[in-house]
Every structure is written in structure tokens, then in C-alpha cells.
Write a protein that binds this ligand. Structure first.
Ligand code: C2G
Length: 129
């Protein structure tokens, strides 16, 4: 059983998220997602439209996701990886290099982001700054 782990806010769930989660799921047999809590997004200085519980519910409804857990800090990844027995840590390549230190405990992979779509773009389109 190969477990893949990833993290993100996943606000205003869109096809860029779906394409990434699909590719991540194809890297293994199980995909688990650390979903950024509202308090962690305040630390990331990231405003969201959907609160954590709704973002978690939407992720859990995604066919590619097997489990969702809260991401409260930058530092919890190593502990999560060991607890979940993750074999692969993967993110979109806007994060390329940021988490290379985790290669001590897991295979680290960065996949190309889907171009031309983002939660930020959507917020601007619907007039939410
Ligand atoms: N993503 C993508 N293509 C897009 C938009 C996002 O592949 N068009 C990917 C990002 O690269 C990321 C994931 O989808 O891997 C989630 O994106 P965000 O919700 O923006 O995640 P972020 O707020 O950057 O949080 O500890 C890591 C952080 O929690 C990441």
C-alpha cells in the first residue's frame, strides 16, 4: 500500500485542484490531504471564502481523496508523514524546493500546477478581493 500525502487550503475547489489530486492519487494507492485550518490560513495570511469544515467536506467528496486531516502548522508535516506511513509527499510546483528537507523521511515530488486557474483568480472574477 503506497500512501501519498499532500497539503493545501483548497478554497473555492476548482479543476486545478482536481487535476492535481487525480495525479497525486495515481502516484500510489491512497491519498491523504492535510487541509489548512482557518487559524493556519491566518498564519499564512491567506483569506478564504469557505471555512475549514466546508473545504474538508468538499475534499472528502473528491473521488481521489481517501482521508482529510487538519493542517494547523508548517512544522507538522514530518510527524504526519511518520504517523500515516506516507511513502510520497507531493505538491504543485509553486512549492518546488520548499519542502526538500522532508526527503529525509519521504520521497518528495513537485508536479506542474494547472495553468490559468486559481482561487485568487476566481475571487477576483466574482468581486471578492
Ligand atoms: N494547485 C495546482 N494548480 C492550480 C492551483 C493549485 O496544482 N491551478 C495546487 C497547488 O500547487 C497546491 C494545491 O493545489 O499543491 C493546493 O493549492 P492551495 O490551496 O493554494 O494550497 P496553499 O494555500 O498553497 O497551501 O503547507 C502547504 C500549504 O498548506 C499549501
Amino acid at each position: 500500500m503506497k500512501t501519498v500525502i499532500t497539503y493545501g487550503t483548497f478554497d473555492l475547489f476548482h479543476s486545478g485542484h482536481v487535476k492535481l489530486l487525480n495525479r497525486l492519487r495515481d502516484l500510489g494507492d491512497r491519498l491523504i490531504v492535510g487541509c489548512s485550518t482557518d487559524s493556519f490560513n491566518r498564519i499564512k495570511d491567506k483569506r478564504t471564502v469557505y471555512p475549514y469544515e466546508q473545504r474538508k467536506e468538499i475534499l472528502e467528496a473528491c473521488r481521489y481523496v481517501d482521508k482529510v486531516f487538519p493542517e494547523n502548522t508548517w512544522e507538522q508535516k514530518r510527524e504526519d508523514i511518520l504517523r500515516e506511513g506516507a511513502d510520497i509527499f507531493a505538491m504543485g510546483d509553486d512549492w518546488a524546493g520548499y519542502f526538500d528537507d522532508l526527503s529525509e523521511v519521504v520521497q518528495v515530488i513537485y508536479l506542474p500546477r494547472t495553468p490559468d486557474i486559481s482561487s485568487t483568480d476566481i475571487k477576483q472574477l466574482i468581486g471578492i478581493t
